[in-house]
Design a protein around this ligand. Sequence first.
Ligand code: BMA
Length: 324
Amino acid sequence: MSQKVQIPWENRPENSSEVMWRSQNNPIISRYSIPSSNSIFNSAVVPFEDGFAGVFRCDNKAVQMNIFAGFSKDGKNWKINHEPIQMKAGNTSMIDSDYKYDPRVVYIEDRYWVTWCNGYHGPTIGIAYTFDFKEFFQCENAFLPFNRNGVLFPQKIDGKYAMLSRPSDNGHTPFGDIYISFSPDMKYWGEHRCLMKVAPFDQSAWQCTKIGAGTVPYLTKEGWLMFYHGVINTCNGFRYSMGAAILDEADPTKVLYRTKPYLLAPAAPYELAGDVPNVVFPCAALFDDEKDQVAVYYGAADTSVAMAFGHISEILEFIKNNSL
Ligand code: BMA
C-alpha cells in the first residue's frame, strides 16, 4: 500500500527521544491562509495525482464553519480554494447542511469519500464523494443527529463499508465513545457496535472524558492503525490529546491495543493558545511503508493546522508495549 508520491517528512530532532515529533514548520497552515478565514484547522489530506489534495475546515470571520478543497505538491505548502465546496446531489436530493466541519477524506475503490460533521438539526455525519476535488456529490447523512467524528475505513470489510463515529449531544459533549457501523451501499448504516470507551480516570486520564476517531485506519502488519483524540475535562476546560489504537484486521470491531500514555498532547505555543486552547486534534495521516514513515495532520487549538512525524514500526511497538 505504499504511495508513489513522497510524503512530507522531517527526521526526529537530535535532542528528541519522542515516538512522535512536531514539524519544525508548525503550524504549516496559518489561520488567515485564505481571505475569508478566521481559522483553518481539523482538516484532511490524501495523495492525489502527482501531489496531494485536501478538504479543509475554514471557519470564516462570521465564525461560520465550512469545508474547502485545497491542493499541494509537497503536502506542506497548500493552496486552499477561496470558495467553499458546493455540493451537488449524490445518492439523495436531501443535501441540507446548516454547517460543515472536521472533514476526513479517504480513497475507496474508484473515488474519494469525504465525511464531516454536518449540521442537520444538530451535528451528524455527512458523506460526499468526488473524483477530482472539483465536483462533490453529497449523499445521505450516515446517522441520526447527534454524532461527530465519522471516519471511513479505506476498504470494505466483508463486503461492507465501515465507519467509526462518536454519538454525542448538541453541545460541547462531556462524554463519548467510539462506535463502528457498516453499510452495503454508503446510504443505509447499521450493525452499530461499541468499539472503544473512555479510559478510567485513574488509568489514563487524558482520555477519560471522551474519545473520537481521528485518522482513516491504515492497514499494518499488526492490524488497523488509527490515531484518535482523547479528552480530559480539567478545571480550565477540555484538553484534547492524541493517542493511537490497533484494531483487528479481519474483525475491526475488536481493539487489540490502545495507548495508555498519549502520543502527542498540547505543549507547543500554537497548541496551548488559540481560539480553543489545549487542542491537538488528528484528522489525517500519510503513510510510506517502504520508508517506515507516517506524517499526521492535526488541528492545533482550533486555529491552525500542524504536523507530526513518526516511524510506523516504532509507533506500533509503542502502542503494543504501552497498551491500556
Ligand atoms: C469539538 C469540535 C472540534 C474541536 C473541538 C475542540 O467539539 O468542534 O472541531 O476541535 O471540539 O474545540
